[in-house]
Every structure is written in structure tokens, then in C-alpha cells.
Design a protein. Structure first.
Length: 653
């Protein structure tokens, strides 16, 4: 796990080292630079040593003849098999890690070699003979990779946006469509970023740039089998899936530094931890986070800690816990700096605190259950969409009456009844929408009409053009033969997962130099599960059906049967009681008018409705605060300045 950076076509002496310095937290164990001023190319790399801790694993890494130069962030889990194939072909290796395997494979087979990789990665390969640059990102988008086209045909790329900002010719102007998407979903969709000049390389895509044609060209090198069909019986599929999952975790346990797990007490993390413990020699540790029942009285999240403790006690596992309290919000500006994007999800705070705890306990690699909810229909929205198949049978007039009446339900009352009413209101108010729009409304934290009211006229125009939904609808419709719930999963796997969950997990862990691996997204496992029919995944009020069956022999029944409780933080309670001063400061009339993105009176209105318990608009408030804090660090000033202040000792980051 590392950080990569570079540029081509517009040489700036010393810039690569500055880009390295800005994202040094991703690789505290070393850094390297390759420069060729005559070709206008520079590649940078900061290293977090996981495999082959010797200097033989240092990057940038070149082939013996010097033709190809590679920088690479991530892990290739099947590198042992790939190394054997290359050795049989006569390739000699100088190191024991996966980087040199990747380098020689790409040198021998070119972009076709990408299809053989099982891992998480973002890479850049420079061919000195042809002056050709190739960037690539893994099929699930586990590792981030950003790029921007520069004036006169240049290109700059990096693991983090703030490293791009080190380039003197990068423009830092906001993308209005991305802002409204952040307000709705807490993340931007497609290849958008909040900075208009910056794009993210999509999962399973590569970018190619040549000196003779200095225009970046992107293309897809890997297609997930969304239209596949499983040829196994249900029982055989359960056994085969369990075998592949065990093998995936075994592959991801390979490390020359300590490995632990993020144990939430849910099905996914418990299953991963069970398999991981059987592979660990000794000293395996797990980590969890908790908050008080008083802080949880409005949000009503499930109690993860008691289930994690049950699991740990039963398996005699060392479990370390860290509390999350309202004062953790003081970290938020710092974490937004590390996030690069205005990701409005308090779960990022929880993830960061767990990473800090694990690092303090000597763990450098954490296994996480990320990806299982997207893959196995684990979110409540899938159960709702499944149960609402009967909706077309209801007369539209009746459905409209129910939808209109649902708006009168209270949205932000405390206690379990309040939480139940919030969910009922959310389902019923969308009854008259098309299935695709209804699913996206469940994905959104705030209704489109509310966002329309609070934003400026310019951003209203973005909403009128359908920009809030367009990227997601385009993704869902990209595979014509998918039907049922499968077409919704396409959106979650290719948009929500890489642009949100995996993104904040990567940034929050790498902020302290810790690697998070996600075995549920092992490519062999994903390719198998995508072929399963819907009825193997969701049935009645049960979801993740086949995963629960696979876990029956290894995970306690009370964990298998428990209600889902995602990793998060009690943001509603914080906003209602603890963050009044922060809200008043960041949404003052002067601040709102100066920014020009929101309507001051409407912001006061959503605050009033939430405080009175009439509407649950707290996530919209959190998004507004996040966007303002992000703008102060990435628009009002260059985030590289934040790094320089830190280096000068005036700010602790």
C-alpha cells in the first residue's frame, strides 16, 4: 500500500518530490522519484512496506533494460502464481514482492496482463522507448486514482487530489453537479469530483497517453459478469462460495507486517475474522468502535459492541475498542483534508479512529467486510425493492394519496418509534416513482425537492437538467440484459462502493499509514456471486440469504440473524445538541452569501424543521457543513498550503 503520483508533457523540476511530500502519510516508509526532463515525465512513489520490506521493493521500479518504469499502489493477491509463470518463461527476479511481478508481466504482455490480476491497485507504467504512459485501476475501484488534463496536452495524476494541486497549472474550480450529488448521496457519481478539472479513473478502466497523441484516452479493460448465470445447484454454490472465500482471505493474509480485522459484530466482519484467525499464526487482533446510549437516542443505530464482544469471547480473540464522542467532530476539518472530497458521511470519523487505534497497537493491515452489502443485497433498500414488486397492482390514485399523506409523518423524533417512522416515511413518499428513481431515492439521504429549495439558482439549473440522477441511471442501464435487483446492484458496485465506501476507507486508513484489505471483493469471489439469481440473495424479509447459509457452521447464530447496523456515528444527536455553534458559524448569513451555493433562509428552515422533529434533514445539514469546510481548504486556498503549514509545525495533521 502506497501513494503514486506523476505528470507528463509539461515538465516542472522538483514537482514530483513535492507531490510525494503532500501524500507522504500514505507511505511513511520511503519515497522515490523517476524523472526524465527530455521526455517531460516524472513519476513519484511513497511507500508503506507490507511485502518484501527490503530495499529491493523500492519504487519507481524499472525493468533491467530500463525501458519500463512502474509506480504501483495496492496489492496483487495472486502474484505467487503469476511469478511462477514468469519464472517458467525465463524471467529472473531480484525481489520477493508483487511489484516486480507486475512490472515484468506488463512489460511482457502489455495491457492484456491487467486481466490476469486479482488484487486492489492503481498503477502507472511508462514506456521510455515509445514515450507512452498507461494508468490503470482495479475492477472494483478499491484503490483511488485521479487525473487532470493540463494545458498544451499535459497530464497529471495521483492517489490523492491534493497531490494534483501541487501542479501550478491545475485549476481549482468547483463542479456544481458534483456538489448537488454530494448533497443527495454524500458522494459524486461517475468520474466526477468536486473539482471540475479533476476526474477519477473509473473501476476496471485504463488511461493511455502518448507523446505523439497527447490526449488521454480511457477504455475499459475488465467487465464484471453482471449478465452471467450460475451453473451450480444451490447447495454446491454455498460450498463453493465458502471455499473461494476462505482462499481469498488466505491470499489477503499474506503480509510481512501484523494483520488484524475490523470487527463490527456483524455477519461480514465476523465471517472474515473467523477465517482469518484460522490462518494467523498468533497475536491476531480485532478492533471495534462504540458510542453511548445517550448519544444514540436520536439515531437509534444497532448496538455493535455487544455482538463483537460475544464473538471475541467465544473465540478467545483480543478485541480492542475505542469510544466515539461528540468531541470527535473536532477532527472533521482534518479528515476532510485527507478525504480530498466533501464526503458527508460520519462513518469516516469512526473508520479513522479505528485506524488510529489499530496503528497504536502495532497492526499495519486491517481486514474489512466492505463490499458484502453491495454484492449480496445487504442494504435495506434491496429488501424494500423486492417487497415492492407488487406496487404496480395498486391504482395510481391510491398510491399518490398514500405518498402525499406520508409527508405528514414526523421525521426526526427520538427513540425507536421515531426511527421507525423515518423509515416508513421514506418508503411511502416514493410510491409513485419509477423503480429506478425509487431505488435512487432510497440511496439518497435527502429528497431532490428539498435540495432544490436550499441551493442557489445556478445549482438549481443542474437539478433541472437531471444531473442529480443522470450518472447513476446511465450506469444502471449500461448492461441491458440485467433485470430485477441486479440492475440496482450495478449502481452500488460501480458508483457507490468506489466513490464512497471504499474511498473514505482508503483515505481514513492511509491518513495514518495503515492498509485496509477487503476480502469480500476478491475478484474470483465477486465473479462467482454476480452469477447468483436474486432468490439466492433475498427472500421475503431476509437478505444476504446465501451468505448467511455459508456462515452457519462458523459464525454464532445470534450474529447471523441480527438486524443490519452499519458503521457510523450518532450525527443526528451531535447536530441537534452539540454542534449548534459550528452550524451557526459555517452557515451564517455572511458565510452563505459569500460562498454563493446555498439559500440562507432555506438553510434556517431545514434546521428549524429538524430541531422541531418534523423532518429528518440532519444528513443534509452534515453535507452542507462538510461542503463548506471542504471549500475553505480546497477552493479558498491550495491544500498544499495546509501541508506546508504542517511541515512548519504550526498545525498537527
Amino acid at each position: 500500500m502506497c501513494g503514486i503520483a506523476g505528470y507528463v508533457g509539461d515538465f516542472v523540476p522538483g514537482l514530483a518530490r513535492q507531490m510525494n511530500a503532500v501524500q507522504r502519510h500514505r507511505g511513511p516508509d520511503g519515497q522515490g522519484v523517476f524523472e526524465d526532463s527530455s521526455a517531460g515525465i516524472a513519476l513519484g512513489h511513497v511507500r508503506l512496506s507490507i511485502l518484501d520490506l527490503s530495499q529491493a521493493g523500492t519504487q519507481p521500479m524499472s525493468t533491467p533494460d530500463g525501458r519500463f518504469v512502474l509506480v504501483f499502489n495496492g496489492e496483487i493477491y495472486n502474484f505467487h502464481e503469476l511469478r511462477d509463470d514468469l519464472s517458467a518463461a525465463g524471467i529472473m527476479f531480484r525481489s520477493a514482492g508483487d511489484t516486480e511481478v507486475l512490472l515484468h508481466g506488463l512489460a511482457c504482455s502489455g495491457a492484456e496482463y491487467l486481466r490476469r490480476l486479482n488484487g486492489m491497485y492503481a498503477l502507472a507504467l511508462w514506456d521510455r522507448q515509445t514515450s507512452h504512459l498507461m494508468l490503470a485501476r482495479d475492477p472494483l475501484g478499491i484503490k483511488p486514482l485521479y487525473y487532470a488534463q493540463l494545458p498544451h496536452g499535459g497530464l497529471v495524476f495521483a492517489s490523492e487530489i491534493k497531490a494534483l494541486c501541487a501542479h501550478p497549472r491545475l485549476r481549482r474550480e468547483v463542479d456544481g453537479v458534483a456538489i448537488i450529488q454530494h448533497l443527495a448521496y454524500c458522494h459524486a457519481s461517475g468520474d466526477r469530483c468536486a473539482l471540475a478539472s479533476v476526474k477519477r479513473l473509473r473501476p476496471g478502466f485504463m488511461l493511455q497517453w502518448s507523446a505523439d497523441k497527447p490526449v488521454p484516452k480511457t477504455s475499459q479493460f475488465y467487465n464484471l459478469p453482471f449478465e452471467g448465470r450460475c451453473e451450480l445447484s444451490h447447495g454446491d454454490a454455498v460450498d463453493r462460495m465458502r471455499t473461494i472465500m476462505s482462499a481469498a482471505i488466505r491470499r489477503q493474509m499474506v503480509s510481512d507486517v501484523p494483520v488484524g480485522s475490523l470487527l463490527s459484530g456483524g455477519l461480514d466482519s465476523s465471517l472474515i475474522t473467523t477465517f482469518a484467525m484460522s490462518e494467523a499464526s498468533s497475536g491476531f487482533q480485532s478492533y471495534n468502535i462504540w458510542y453511548s446510549s445517550d448519544d444514540n437516542r436520536l439515531d437509534q443505530f444497532g448496538d455493535d459492541r455487544k455482538y463483537a464482544r460475544v464473538f471475541a469471547a467465544r473465540h478467545k480473540l483480543q478485541l480492542s475498542e475505542i469510544p466515539i464522542r461528540p468531541d470527535a467532530v473536532t477532527l472533521w476539518p482534518k479528515l476532510i483534508y485527507h478525504l480530498d472530497e466533501p464526503i458527508a458521511d460520519p462513518a469516516a470519523i469512526a473508520t479513522h479512529l479505528i485506524a488510529v487505534l489499530a496503528k497504536e497497537h502495532g497492526t499495519t493491515v486491517l481486514l474489512s467486510g466492505q463490499g458484502a452489502d453491495e454484492l449480496y443485497y445487504g442494504y435495506p433498500r434491496y429488501k424494500v425493492m423486492h417487497l415492492m414488486k407488487w406496487l404496480p397492482m395498486i391504482p395510481r390514485r391510491v398510491a399518490q394519496m398514500v405518498s402525499d399523506s406520508a409527508h405528514t409523518l414526523p421525521g426526526a423524533r427520538e427513540g425507536r418509534i421515531g426511527a421507525f417512522l423515518r423509515r416508513v416515511r421514506r418508503v411511502l413518499t416514493t410510491m409513485t416513482s419509477t423503480p429506478e428513481r425509487r431505488f435512487l431515492s432510497y440511496c439518497a439521504n435527502t429528497p431532490e425537492r428539498v435540495i432544490y429549495d436550499v441551493v442557489s439558482p445556478d445549482l438549481k439549473e443542474c437539478i433541472k437538467r437531471g444531473a442529480l440522477w443522470h450518472d447513476c441511471l446511465e450506469t444502471m442501464r449500461s448492461t441491458a440484459e440485467c433485470d430485477g435487483l441486479a440492475r440496482f446492484r450495478i449502481r452500488d458496485l460501480l458508483v457507490y462502493l468506489p466513490n464512497h465506501n471504499l474511498l473514505y476507507t482508503d483515505k481514513m486508513s492511509m491518513a495514518v499509514g495503515l492498509e485496509v484489505r477487503v476480502p469480500m471483493l476478491d475478484l474470483e469471489l465477486v465473479n462467482m456471486v454476480l452469477t447468483f439469481p436474486d432468490e439466492w440473495l433475498v427472500s421475503g424479509l431476509r437478505n444476504k440469504v446465501i451468505l448467511r447459509e455459508a456462515a452457519e457452521t462458523v459464525v454464532p447464530r445470534e450474529i447471523i440473524q441480527r438486524r443490519k447496523a452499519g458503521l457510523g456515528a450518532p450525527y443526528r444527536k451531535w447536530l441537534r445538541y452539540d454542534l449548534e455553534p459550528l452550524w451557526e458559524e459555517l452557515t451564517s448569513e455572511a458565510a452563505v452569501r459569500s460562498r454563493g451555493w446555498f439559500d440562507y433562509k432555506q438553510l434556517k428552515n431545514i434546521r428549524r424543521l429538524s430541531q422541531e422533529g418534523k423532518a429528518d434533514l440532519y444528513m443534509l445539514q452534515w453535507a452542507v457543513l462538510t461542503i463548506e469546510l471542504w471549500a475553505r481548504q480546497f477552493i479558498d486556498r491550495n491544500p498544499v498550503e495546509e501541508h506546508m503549514r504542517h511541515m512548519a509545525g504550526s498545525v498537527v495533521m
